[in-house]
Ligand binder design. Structure first.
Ligand code: PLP
Length: 358
């Protein structure tokens, strides 16, 4: 059997041992944190300790954290729960944003995928709005000027929501009014996440129910998931990112030498992501050959679509459909080794040469 090499970390990351243990430990208990008996009070205590631990890991306050079922729900809570008259979103947002705010005004990005600040400034002239912008794009890794945007939006009385699902644990949390984070990208379990709500007074529950999370998110808390999330955040370190940057630079050099291109190359990007294009060869065909050769990777947003389709992100960056359909995403993580990326680069270059010769 071929040794598999996992290069799809932006879709999901392997769970950390500490998270698995914390989930197992919590799963052996079963009290509801809202119950008033001793077991319930003890569960409530563990819930609040997880909240404190996550707040410390992300440099925020426990009272600002609202647990959700993941990044998607955290984004929906801010988008649908704030009472702003208008919503502005960038054209490269994750579908979790675009689908949750169907009436939003879409702001353009430049050819590197960065928000056009002039367009934002023009839109803000019409009055305050909730502005949703991702910290880093899940497909290209391109970083957005979130702090500049926070300042611009604040100056006109608006609110900002930053989708930090791909940067949490890799970069300092943005100072936005709302920040969405997902557990499964940092080594926690899928199905857990949170909204950092620095302006919780501007928020109303979207998922109503038993008044949990200070009335802002109804539903019994997923305590095993939250315990796993907290354990993953405690275990997280950023040291691997420097090695990841070097690996991806070598990969991108090899891709360019073989006639490929790098999407968003001129922009500042996350160190662990390269979106690479092989002219003349469809992403679907690259993924199939590379999968058979032992490499797990995606084109575009596997975490939201599960299909190989056209990317709205690349279209927004001005790539035509045939070119966009030739790009695949390589994303690595803390368990990735130099050799994994080197072997991938060799396989990709071999495929590019074969297709050129055919
Ligand atoms: N935002 C971004 C940028 C993502 O990459 C994802 C992908 O999973 C999400 C939001 C959705 O997060 P979740 O899977 O926790 O719902």
């Amino acid at each position: 059997m071929t040794m598999r090499i996992y290069l799809d970390w932006n879709a999901t990351a392997p769970m950390r041992g500490a998270a698995v243990e914390a989930i197992a430990e919590e799963s052996r208990r079963w009290a509801n944190p809202s119950s008033v008996h001793g077991e319930g009070r003890s569960a409530k205590g563990r819930l609040e300790r997880a909240r404190e631990s996550l707040a410390a890991a992300f440099g925020t306050m426990p009272s600002q954290l609202i647990f959700t079922s993941g990044g998607t729900e955290a984004l929906a809570l801010a988008l649908q729960g704030t009472m702003m008259p208008r919503i502005l979103v960038s054209a490269v947002e994750h579908s979790a944003v675009l689908e949750a705010a169907p009436g939003a005004q879409i702001l353009p990005v430049d050819s590197d995928g960065r928000l056009c600040l002039n367009a934002l400034q023009d839109a803000l002239k019409e009055g305050p709005a909730l502005v949703a912008l991702m910290h880093a794009n899940n497909e290209t890794g391109v970083l957005q000027p979130v702090e500049e945007v926070v300042d611009l939006v604040r100056a006109c009385g608006g609110l900002t929501l930053v989708d930090a699902v791909q940067t949490a644990g890799k970069m300092r949390l943005p100072s936005a009014d709302f920040v969405a984070i997902s557990a499964h990208k940092i080594g926690g379990p899928p199905g857990a996440g949170m909204l950092v709500a620095r302006c919780a007074d501007q928020l109303e529950a979207v998922q109503k129910g038993g008044g949990q999370e200070r009335g802002l998110r109804g539903g019994t808390e997923n305590l095993p998931g939250i315990a796993g999330f907290a354990a993953a955040a405690e275990a997280y370190d950023m040291e691997w990112l420097a090695a990841a940057a070097k690996r991806h630079r070598r990969l991108e050099d090899a891709v360019k030498a073989a006639g490929g291109t790098i999407v968003g190359e001129r922009a500042q990007r996350l160190q662990n992501v390269s979106m690479i294009r092989m002219p003349g060869v469809s992403a679907a065909s690259q993924l199939m050959v590379l999968d058979l050769a032992g490499f797990a990777l995606s084109s575009g947003s596997a975490c939201s679509s599960g299909k190989v389709g056209a990317s709205h992100v690349l279209a927004a960056m001005g790539m035509d459909a045939p070119a966009a359909g030739e790009a695949v995403r390589v994303s690595s993580g803390w368990l990735t080794e130099d050799e994994d990326v080197e072997r991938f680069a060799e396989a990709w270059v071999r495929l590019a040469e074969q297709r050129r010769a055919a």
